[in-house]
Write a protein that binds this ligand. Structure first.
Ligand code: MIG
Length: 639
């Protein structure tokens, strides 16, 4: 048996896996288990590489840091962070001769200490040890990933147009704003398939409403944009505004579909709409009910959504805010010394996403009352599942684009992910590159980052380099935050360069789509570390800034400022293509080994592996206009 399952306590049925596995007795092979602390540990061999954990900070090899699966709304993605928005609990350990995978199916907080406390020890500690612990055996890393993915089921495949380029920004307020964006791209002939609508399209941030002043005749507007070849993709937030007369609020309240506190009252939290209740997506009926609400928008012609704030993010809860005010009053009475002052500051600073708040409310999960923190990491997954199931129920003839911010293993069957609020920093471009293989291992094939960076002000050179990498990520979306420098591509000086880059993406779509589908169908990886394909080559252990994309290509993005080239390592001879445009490129066969290669700001480096060919289409302004039959091919015959 390739998959061994070990059960501890009473695990929840998370829905992460689809393959029934009979539990084995005892403790997981290769691990020690300290029952007193509920900690599993494995002593790493000197040469062990540790891959996985999906959306996390740091490198492709996860050794040397501590990661906590505990979905968190935290925009500061620096390398000291232990939790981001996602919990994807699959790890793969490989020393080059022997490898195995681990999947920890536990939807509460799980700590993965990968050589942080003891450099040689990988320890796994679930906060509550109700765990299905899987150990996956196999000959190769790719084989183990394939077996794991059989266990968790096939990945979501979006509609083909979702492989186009999308423009987003938090700040488009009106139909006119969106028309302007479409016109900006059209004027320059830069391909564009999607414009995203952020929270300002809603009436007072109420889900499933459209502000009628800003978007009069919404369905007509959706049609108008579609006639231009552009799909509008609205955001949906987890919190439902408490407002008398608002149907989602009234119905949810009447039917008891919101998350409740111990005393049975609906939890009152606050997010963008002000005070909200959280739908209990873990409750089957509530999930069906909320999912059906998307019809308001699909009926208006909408074909795609992004689900946000579903960790869930909490600006404050009514209860905790009361506590904070009471504490502030106490502080006011006291003479504060400097330590007292810092205590005071901590109290005030603890308001958002307060850990105690996640222990204040409950779900009805498989008929049982379950405290939120025990199943915390399922919330975004079940929100997205709720939407996906409703589409299958209500409009099975349509293919809907769907991706989420929070995720847990298993959600990959229902939608993709974007990696949340990154920043316009060069280091975050590298982080994007390094996150992709982990996301792929965990089945999140349709994924990508906010290109150009969400927070902070981008620069034109960062944008060029980030687009040059984003060309290869399935989700290819430029997104930025309110108040930051505007980064629609037509606003920059080097408009032609941006146009050529986006056109190159469209020329590559036949290849990207084919390789994506192959990965989805065969439980493979669309983006892989070099090590997975060149395991006999010791040098590939440490290559963390080049990736394999599909079976034919290797990429080597430039991710540092003021660089006109970079070093690249070739495990075997490859044909290097230096694209300035889809129909303007240099081609040179390079031998295996180290090379310094030039790559100007408008150039993209692509390496064709031996015996492979790269099909290129003539780009069109929209994916559906690409003629899949008219392909030119670049070939690198085996030398
Ligand atoms: O608290 O909707 O990650 O993409 O633009 C911020 C506004 C809420 C967070 C998302 C981001 C989105 C923003 N949202």
């Amino acid at each position: 048996m390739m998959i061994k399952k070990y059960v501890f306590g009473n695990p929840y049925e998370t829905g992460a896996t689809v393959l029934p596995v009979e539990p084995a007795g005892g403790i997981p092979e290769r691990f020690r288990f300290a029952a007193e602390t509920g900690t599993f540990s494995y002593t790493m061999k000197e040469k062990d590489l540790v891959f996985g954990l999906g959306e996390t900070v740091r490198g492709i090899n996860k050794r040397g840091w501590i990661y906590v699966s505990n979905n968190a709304d935290d925009p500061e993605h620096n390398e000291n962070r232990i939790s981001l928005y996602a919990s994807q609990n699959f790890l793969l350990v490989d020393d080059g001769t022997e490898c195995f995978g681990v999947f920890v199916d536990n939807p509460g907080s799980v700590t993965f200490d990968i050589g942080y406390t003891d450099p040689d020890v990988l320890s796994i500690h679930p906060e509550y040890n109700d765990t299905s612990f899987y150990v996956i055996e196999g000959e190769t890393p790719a084989g183990i990933v394939g077996t794991f993915r059989e266990l968790i089921g096939k990945s979501y495949v979006p509609p083909v147009w979702a492989f186009g380029y999308g423009q987003s920004r938090w700040g488009y307020k009106t139909a006119e704003d969106i028309r302007e964006v479409a016109a900006g791209y059209k004027a320059l002939g830069i391909p564009l398939d999607m414009i995203y609508m952020d929270i300002d399209y809603m009436q007072d941030f109420k889900d499933f409403t459209v502000n009628p002043e800003r978007f009069p005749e919404f369905a007509d507007f959706v049609r108008e944009m579609k006639a231009e070849g552009i799909r509008l993709i609205p955001i949906i937030d987890a919190g439902v505004k408490m407002e008398t007369g608002y149907d989602v609020y009234e119905e949810g309240k009447a039917k008891g579909y919101f998350c409740k506190k111990e005393n049975g009252e609906d939890l009152v939290a606050a997010v963008w709409p002000g005070k909200v209740h959280f739908p209990d997506f873990l409750n089957r009926e509530a999930s069906d009910w909320f999912g059906d609400k998307y019809q308001v928008l699909t009926d208006a012609g909408i074909e795609g959504f992004w689900n946000d704030m579903n960790e869930p993010a909490i600006f404050y809860t009514e209860d905790h805010l009361k506590e904070v005010f009471a504490q502030i009053k106490e502080f006011e009475q006291k003479e504060l010394d400097i330590w007292g002052f810092f205590e005071f500051k901590d109290v005030v600073g603890s308001i958002a996403n307060h850990p105690e708040d996640y222990r204040r409310f409950y779900h009805k999960f498989h008929g049982q009352k379950v405290r939120h923190d025990r199943v915390h990491n399922l919330y975004g997954f079940y929100m997205t599942k709720s939407a996906a199931e409703s589409f299958a129920r209500n409009c099975p003839e349509k293919k809907i684009l769907l991706f989420s911010r929070a995720s847990y293993t298993g959600m990959h069957r229902y939608g993709g992910v974007w990696t949340g609020d990154n920043c316009s920093r060069w280091s975050h471009l590298l982080m994007n590159i390094q996150m992709m293989p982990g996301l792929n291992m965990n089945g999140f094939l349709y994924s990508g980052a906010d290109i150009g960076g969400f927070g902070g002000n981008t620069t034109e050179d960062l944008m060029l380099r980030w687009v040059a990498f984003g060309i290869f990520t399935p989700l290819f979306r430029n997104h930025s935050a309110l108040g930051t420098r505007e980064q629609e591509l037509y606003r920059f000086e080097r408009k032609e360069d941006f146009k050529h880059l986006i056109e190159l993406r469209y020329a590559l779509i036949p290849y990207i789509y084919r390789e994506f589908l192959k990965a989805a169908e065969t439980n493979g990886m669309y983006m892989m570390p070099l090590w997975f394909a060149y395991r006999e080559d010791e040098r590939c252990r440490e290559v963390e800034d080049q990736l394999l994309v599909g079976d034919a290509l290797m990429i080597a993005p430039v991710y540092e400022q003021n660089k006109t080239g970079r070093y690249v390592y070739l495990p075997e001879s490859m044909r290097m293509l230096r694209f300035r445009a889809y129909n303007d490129y240099d081609s040179e066969v390079l031998p295996a080994g180290d090379h310094y290669v030039k790559a100007a700001l408008n150039e993209v480096l692509v390496f064709l592996r031996p015996g492979c060919e790269l099909p290129l289409a003539t780009p069109a302004r929209h994916v559906e206009q690409i003629d899949e039959k008219q392909l030119t091919r670049i070939i690198f015959a085996k030398p």
